[in-house]
Design a protein around this ligand. Structure first.
Ligand code: UD1
Length: 418
């Protein structure tokens, strides 16, 4: 298993370009199951999770070709399998995004239940309740969801909790349903808006994406389309924290600042100079951060996917901050690891109290999930002496060549392959 070896203490300087968003690419690729036409997707990041969804789609009979770096052509003319096996859902929960499209176009799907994962139970009950509301018959057989519906019918669906992939799954299902669906308390994340944009290009009738109420008028069929995936706001936020934690000066190119305003506001509160410049967002920091309290929330609030990274920054703040995680249970797996680097953090329920120290110390640490890995890399960039981050495959799920990007900014980080 690969590991990253980091010698911290060097300010990052220069410019870096953000890749396409993982969480927009995954549903966009699943959308190929809605049409016999060809989807041409651009700016698809080269990531392990993208490889996983490609494997899943190819298992079903979807043909995919990368015709140029980041440009993928997909067609699902001959779908043979209507199943998402346990192995794929276990590796990547977003595999459940196949459920809505399969059911909508073919009237049947068999998808493994996700089960537990490193950041809490993460059920899919709201996806299933929504599909049931649209007329699907749903059974649980031997750990699989077996869903059937001759044709889904439009319905009013109220999500009791905001769910991103749940909103995406039902929005895709509703595009081919008979009649109109209204999704209430829908997720407003930019990735939901990007998916709606793609679906509209495919002929879907969708209004309200980006607000809490999405209306979808079902159509008979959808066509192929061409679409460019939005930049990854979480990668951009992670690079912004990398600039701040090393007291550096970085221009983050190709990002959409409106997609991570909450993170930028907190960085500014912590003392970073953040400015929209031509070509990107410039983040500079000249001193230790001030302590800032953060509570994670659905978009447009502070993203849970940035919580671990921001905690690494607060670990060296001049004072005490409180970081509260409201979206997921058990998303504090990075704390024991970052504590091994000297961070002073205590947890009570959903809140972590971080008492800043002047400098972290390098140590061997273990990545436990995607964003936890990123926080350990950030901590390593700040720490004195050497940090070794083990189990880097978690990082590779969602960051495209992160160590190469950090190297290009002057970071001393290298990958050691086993
Ligand atoms: C997506 C993102 C992930 C991000 C998360 C929250 C993708 C591929 N992944 O994950 O990076 O961290 O949004 O912004 O886009 N819930 C239920 N029942 C359900 C569905 C969700 O109780 O049927 C709960 C979850 O346990 C969690 C909360 O709702 O507590 C939000 O989860 P959700 O938005 O669904 O996360 P994902 O879509 O899996």
């Amino acid at each position: 298993m690969d590991r990253l070896v980091i010698r911290g203490g060097k300010p990052l300087r220069g410019s870096v370009t953000v890749s396409g968003a993982k969480n927009a690419a995954l549903p966009a690729m699943a959308a190929v199951l809605l049409t016999p036409g060809e989807l041409i997707l651009e700016n698809v990041p080269s990531l392990r999770d993208v490889g996983t969804i490609e494997r899943l789609l190819s298992f079903m009979g979807v043909e995919s070709r990368e015709v140029a770096p980041g440009t993928v052509h997909l067609t699902s003319r001959a779908v043979r399998q209507f199943e998402v096996p346990y192995d794929l859902v276990r590796t990547m929960r977003a595999s459940v995004l196949a459920l809505g499209p399969l059911l909508a176009r073919f009237g049947k799907a068999r998808v493994s239940l996700p089960g537990g994962c490193a950041i809490g139970p993460r059920p899919i009950n709201l996806h299933l309740a929504g599909l049931h509301g649209m007329g699907a018959e749903i059974d649980l057989v031997e750990g699989y969801v077996v869903a059937k519906a001759p044709r889904l019918t439009g319905a009013r669906i109220h999500f009791e909790t905001v769910t991103v992939t749940g909103t995406e799954n039902l929005m895709m299902a509703a595009t081919l349903a008979k009649g109109t669906s209204v999704l209430e308390n829908a997720a407003c994340e930019p990735e939901v808006v990007d998916l709606a944009c793609l679906l509209r290009k495919m002929g879907a009738r969708i209004e309200g994406a980006g607000t809490a109420t999405i209306t979808v008028e079902g159509v008979e069929d959808l066509t192929g389309a061409q679409h460019r995936i939005i930049p990854d706001r979480i990668e951009a936020g992670t690079l912004a924290v990398a600039a701040a934690i090393t007291q550096g000066d970085v221009l983050i190119q190709g990002c959409i600042p409106q997609h991570f305003e909450a993170v930028m506001a907190k960085l500014q509160e912590a003392g970073a100079a953040v400015a929209v410049e031509e070509g990107g967002l410039r983040v500079r920091m000249a001193a230790r951060p001030r302590p800032v309290d953060v509570t994670t929330e659905p978009f447009p609030g502070f993203a849970t996917d940035m919580q671990a990274q921001f905690m690494a920054l607060m670990a060296i703040a001049e004072g005490r901050s409180v970081i509260t995680e409201t979206v997921f249970e058990n998303r504090f797996m990075h704390i024991p690891e970052i504590s091994r680097m000297g961070a002073d953090i205590s947890v009570g329920g959903r809140a972590a109290v971080v008492r800043g120290i002047p400098c972290l110390r390098g140590a061997p640490v273990m990545a436990t999930d995607l964003r936890a890995s990123a926080s350990l890399v950030l901590a390593g960039l700040q720490a004195r002496a050497e940090t070794v981050v083990h189990r880097v495959y978690h990082l590779d799920r969602g960051y495209e060549r992160l160590e190469a990007k950090l190297q290009s900014l002057g970071g001393e980080i290298r990958r050691v392959e086993d």
